[in-house]
Design a protein. Structure first.
Length: 472
């Protein structure tokens, strides 16, 4: 049995430096304080309306993501490693995406199999040869990080299409400031509140050359029935920009306009929270009512910026993920600061044979899966589930990758019986604009609330924590 790394305590039980003050505080407050403030936090979240929906479930009731009132704490030196690794990784991802839609040097060099990219459903041939403003494809990235010991962080997956969760990072901090001002007073914690300002500055910086000095930015949402609609409306409000649906936009004379009560207004930058398929019924799915007809034609002329760019989903593919160390080496000539999890690509026969022989030990993922769906955790699965996955792998091996079962680090968490360790991951958000990269210190910590569970996704019963990065 693998013992998980405890982020709060050393092996002998002594507290790690980052957690010493929190433990002192816990020893001073009455035992019912945490439970009282946990219930108070739930009331606040319900009042604010922070909910999400789970697709495919019978009931339509919106859910709260459970919030744990104990923060996850990172020392400044730990964050410096993460920050450097995140900057390196996102820089390489941008270079990779640009290359596969232009010169395809990495494919010509045989570093990545050509068919894995060009026949991938997330590859957009419409983007081949297409210039994007300032050569930036991934303006907002969410990189999922897990930890296995004091010095080792792994990237679990990259999110380069429409990464979500930043609203929970911001709201978690706001709730913690309201509920635990005395605890904040005992720490020097790096702020996250400036994220909306940094995001808007990033979007402004990538406006097309034809835009005015004060570009118009909008956030494009699929609408109120989308599971992340709360976040869309929250971010639009924080950024001070219009929240629009496809029907609010129209194309004229190679520009995009939005309808307003004062007449049409030109749009320069669209922070889109809609997948490629639905952006423009004239270019992609003709049955889409979520996008704006003709949007891609304006995009091709360079008169509007889409953040993130069309076609960035190729970097989310979990088989492409397995090549990230080679991608970093190819474009930057560097070894990765943040490691990749060892990955078997089931499309390759020798990899598939190994995976079929070791299903009970591995985690099996769909290459285009998300949200914890379509996944097998071998050590936790019964024989019937393993047999079902074996059949899936044999039928369509290219749809899957496999990874070892990592012992994700644990953080102290409030549960019914008191405090207990629970497995966590971290999603920091990397903003890339013209001449600027910014990463808010911390990110969204997700926690697997069920005892022993390694699945942190909210759709699978996970919760969230505020993430504190201690200033030096």
């Amino acid at each position: 049995m693998i013992v998980a790394f405890d982020e709060m305590r050393e092996g002998d039980g002594t507290p790690r430096p980052a957690y010493r003050e929190l433990l002192r505080w816990l020893g001073e407050v009455p035992p019912d304080v945490l439970d009282y403030r946990r219930r108070e936090a739930e009331v606040l979240f319900r009042r604010i309306g922070i909910t999400f929906a789970v697709y495919g479930e019978g009931d339509a009731e919106e859910r709260l993501i459970p919030f744990d009132v104990l923060p996850r704490i990172l020392a400044a030196a730990e964050w410096e490693i993460l920050e450097a690794g995140l900057q390196q990784r996102v820089k390489a991802i941008n270079l990779f995406i640009r290359d596969i839609y232009t010169r395809r040097e990495i494919l010509n060099a045989g570093v990545i199999p050509e068919d894995l990219v060009l026949q991938n459903p997330l590859y957009r041939p419409e983007m081949h040869g297409q210039d994007v403003p300032h050569d930036i494809y991934v303006h907002i990235a969410g990189i999922d990080i897990v930890r296995v010991d004091a010095d080792t962080f792994y990237v679990l997956e990259d999110n380069a299409r429409t990464p979500s969760g930043v609203s929970y990072m911001l709201e978690n901090r706001e709730i913690m400031l309201r509920l635990f001002p005395e605890l904040f007073g005992r720490h020097r914690i790096a702020p996250v509140e400036n994220y909306p300002d940094e995001l808007l500055a990033t979007l402004d910086s990538v406006a097309p050359a034809t835009a005015s000095a004060d570009p118009t930015v909008v956030l494009l949402t699929p609408g109120v029935y989308n599971s992340a609609y709360y976040e869309h409306s929250f971010l639009a409000d924080k950024l001070g920009i219009e929240l629009v649906e496809g029907r609010d936009l129209f194309v004229k004379d190679d520009f995009v306009f939005m309808r307003t009560t004062e007449g049409p207004k030109r749009v320069d930058v669209i922070y889109r929270r809609i997948d490629d398929d639905f952006l423009d019924p004239l270019a992609f799915r003709p049955d889409s009512a979520l996008g704006a007809p003709g949007l891609m034609s304006v995009y091709r002329t360079g008169n509007v910026t889409l953040a993130n760019a069309v076609g960035t989903g190729i970097a989310d593919d979990k088989a492409i993920y397995s090549y990230m160390p080679s991608i970093l080496k190819f474009y930057l000539g560097e070894e990765p600061i943040l490691r990749n999890v060892r990955t078997w690509r089931c499309r390759e026969r020798d990899h598939l044979n190994y995976v079929l022989d070791h299903l009970e030990e591995l985690v099996i993922k769909e290459v285009h899966g998300s949200g914890g769906y379509g996944m097998l955790i071998g050590p936790e699965a019964d024989q019937a589930t393993i047999a079902a996955f074996r059949a899936k792998l044999k039928a369509k091996p290219g749809n899957f990758v496999a990874q070892p079962t990592l012992a994700l680090s644990t953080c102290p968490t409030c549960v019914a019986a008191g405090l207990a360790p629970r497995h966590v991951d971290l999603r920091p958000f990397v903003l890339t604009g013209r001449g600027r990269v910014h990463i808010v210190p911390g990110g969204l910590t997700r926690v697997a609330l069920r005892n022993g569970s390694l699945v942190v996704n909210s759709s699978q019963g996970g919760g969230t924590k505020d993430t504190w990065v201690l200033d030096r």
